[in-house]
Design a protein around this ligand. Structure first.
Ligand code: GLC
Ligand code: CA
Length: 638
């Protein structure tokens, strides 16, 4: 853990941080094998620092059979050779710290790989020492669930009718025990039994203590609200066609969730390295499908559980993970104009997190990660004439909302989803393949094509194509022979969607992100911490909000989420005699004050109080803005 000057309790260091997520497989390949690696990350740390990142979150590089690209871990305290060695990892931690940044690792402890030695032992019999380290249950007599995924085990009696997140049953049969084990994700990812205190302790030591000893600054905690399950194992009511049903509402936020997290947090707080450094760890957990009051329990400082969460309401909007449980191809994007996904609904998801912060909790600002499609088509527009403006508009929004900022690799150059012609053999995500197989089996070629379209819209490979560093071979991601990268490279790297070209162009999305990150830090009181008020919630075209810092500095953010020109909203009672001073915008400075917003244009204004007579008198004697600033300094920014 890095040592720094102590922060006041209400302002731990991680509130101010700008975080950058690296998904190592696709970030940078250092040895030309077509696979990103730890040395590749080290080679780009100066780049991340230059962009303004304070924290680097590195997705899993642990030992793993890679069925779920590293989220299926077979040894928490070892490194997958495809990514490098333990020495590389220790070097990464050191190099991050040398640059004054901090590092988070992924903590994946809801499940392990089915190749983890604990599971290999657990599956051998009902009586071995680790027999109840995973969630084994008997099938229910007469409770046949036809399972398209399990091959020879079809029609066995399963414990419940739950569907796994990536398709198929959430149970898999283990012959040696004549029992089923629970896997909320892939069948190669058995769920650990958190009910067992011995297992919990072993997890803390192997997955957490080991890395705290190595000096990391915190964790991103995978699927944090799935540790505790309702172990009465009830069937869920039938909503979807077919026997298997989504049961997320039963197995998330289970009855002992908070108890387990508090216990885990205590383990961390008591860790000698944490005690010694006196620094708060940063703990950010994934939190889908959780109402505001419940989110608060996870993040309120008095709960002593997590620092913050990724609230999923925005990424799940009108998607296959929404409460409507639609199929992936029925997922709606904002530009589809569908009533299940309108701008006001989008605003609501933001209001939830902003209110959480005002009420004493804390949250994150994020739109992308390795499980999501890219943000531009989903929340704005992919139309060629608008998408660059749209990318900057989303950046303007993301850098003016309160909370801890997360940028996902490639977001800073406006990376787009995978090409539309991609098909089964191009996809790499096991979830995508399972979904297509399942749809084909149940609905034939038409359903299969729909599933393919669904993946193009919503699939996780969208966020996993290699980072485009240049317009050269493999987009500068790897020196491997062309076509030998683990996943295809998007050819839009040749059309300016790459770091090198954008660094050379001061008008690029990359430069815009860098400037915005700088402004966010400069005006941190208003942008990172300010209170939030949404104006005109029902407006379907513009998103307008007011941010106010504790010292009264107020910003008005006006964002046009449409292809048409829109007026600016600045109500008189808000202005209260103050005037609008343009601070930043994605199309540059407007010619006239309060000029309407062009398509996908956004403006950020500061509200300025009228100047006192005597000050005005003095001001007249200074002809330029620079001189004004020099003479009166920032004190005029009231
Ligand atoms: C999380 C990860 C995802 C993974 C899943 C199972 O949602 O972000 O990539 O597949 O958990 O570990
Ligand atoms: Ca490599």
């Amino acid at each position: 853990m890095t040592n720094g000057s102590p922060c006041p309790p209400s302002r731990p260091w991680w509130k101010d941080a700008v975080c950058y997520q690296v998904w190592p497989m696709s970030f940078k390949d250092s040895n030309a094998d077509g696979h990103g690696d730890i040395q590749g990350i080290i080679s780009k740390l100066d780049y991340l620092k230059d962009l303004g990142a304070d924290v680097v979150w590195v997705s899993p590089t642990y030992k793993s059979p890679m069925k779920d690209f590293g989220y299926d871990i077979s040894d928490w305290s070892d490194i997958n050779p495809a990514f490098g060695t333990m020495e590389d990892m220790l070097q990464l931690i050191e190099e991050v710290h040398k640059r004054g940044m901090r590092i988070l690792l992924d903590l994946v402890i809801t499940h392990t790989s089915d190749q983890h030695p604990w599971f290999l032992e657990s599956r051998t019999s009902k009586v071995n020492p680790k027999a109840d380290w995973y969630m084994w249950e008997n099938g229910r007599p007469g409770h046949h669930i036809y399972n398209t995924r399990t091959g020879v085990d079809d029609k066995v009696e399963q414990p419940t009718n739950w569907r796994a997140c990536f398709g198929g049953s959430a149970w898999y049969y283990g012959e040696e025990r004549d029992q089923h084990f629970l896997h909320l994700f892939l069948k190669e990812e058995p769920d650990l039994n958190w009910e067992n205190p011995v297992t919990r302790k072993a997890i803390y030591e192997a997955a957490i203590g080991f890395w705290l000893d190595k000096g990391i600054d915190g964790f991103r905690i995978d699927t944090v609200n799935r540790l505790s399950k309702d172990v009465t194992w009830q069937d869920v009511p039938t909503k979807l066609v077919g026997p298997l049903q989504s049961a997320t509402h039963v197995y998330i936020n289970g009855p002992r969730s908070h108890e387990f997290l508090k216990e885990m947090r205590q383990y961390m707080d008591n860790h000698p390295r944490v005690q010694e450094s006196g620094q708060e760890l940063m703990l950010v957990g994934e939190l889908p499908k959780t109402p505001m009051d419940d989110v608060m329990q996870y993040v309120h400082p008095d709960s002593r559980e997590l620092s913050m969460v990724f609230d999923f309401d925005m990424v799940d909007l009108a998607g296959h993970d929404s409460p409507d449980e639609v199929k992936a191809h029925e997922t709606k994007n904002l530009c589809d104009g569908d009533p299940s996904y309108t701008l006001p609904l989008f605003k609501e998801t933001i209001i939830k997190v902003q209110n959480l912060i005002s009420a004493g909790g804390w949250g994150t600002v994020f739109m992308e990660n390795h499980d999501q499609c890219r943000s531009i088509a989903r929340y704005a527009t992919p139309e060629p004439q608008y998408y660059q403006k749209a990318a900057k508009l989303l950046c303007l929004m993301q850098t003016t909302l309160s909370g801890t900022e997360f940028i996902y690799q490639g977001q800073e150059i406006g990376m787009l989803d995978m090409p539309l012609h991609w098909d089964y053999d191009d996809f790499r995500d096991p979830g995508a393949k399972l979904y297509i197989d399942e749809e084909f089996e149940s609905g034939g070629p038409e359903a299969r094509e729909n599933a393919r379209i669904g993946n193009l819209k919503f699939g996780r490979d969208n966020g996993r194509t290699p980072v485009q560093w240049s317009s050269g071979k493999n987009a500068g991601f790897s020196d491997a022979n062309e076509g030998e990268c683990w996943i295809g490279v998007n050819d839009n790297c040749e059309a300016g969607v790459n770091v090198e070209d954008q660094q050379a162009d001061p008008d690029s999305i990359w430069h815009f992100w860098k400037r915005q990150v700088g402004l966010r830090k400069e005006y941190r009181e208003v942008f990172m911490y300010g209170s939030f008020e949404c104006l005109e919630l029902d407006n379907m075209k513009t998103f307008t909000y007011v941010k106010t810092a504790v010292d009264g500095l107020t910003a008005l953010v006006c964002l046009n989420f449409s292809n048409e020109m829109q007026p600016i909203t600045a109500p008189d009672d808000l202005l209260n005699g103050r005037s609008l001073e343009f601070l930043t915008g994605n199309l540059g400075q407007p010619l006239a004050h309060e000029q309407p917003l062009a398509a996908w244009e956004g403006h950020v204004y500061l509200l300025k109080a009228p100047l006192h007579k005597a000050v005005e008198e003095r001001l007249r004697r200074f002809p330029t803005d620079a001189q004004l600033d020099e003479a009166f300094g920032k004190s005029l920014n009231i």
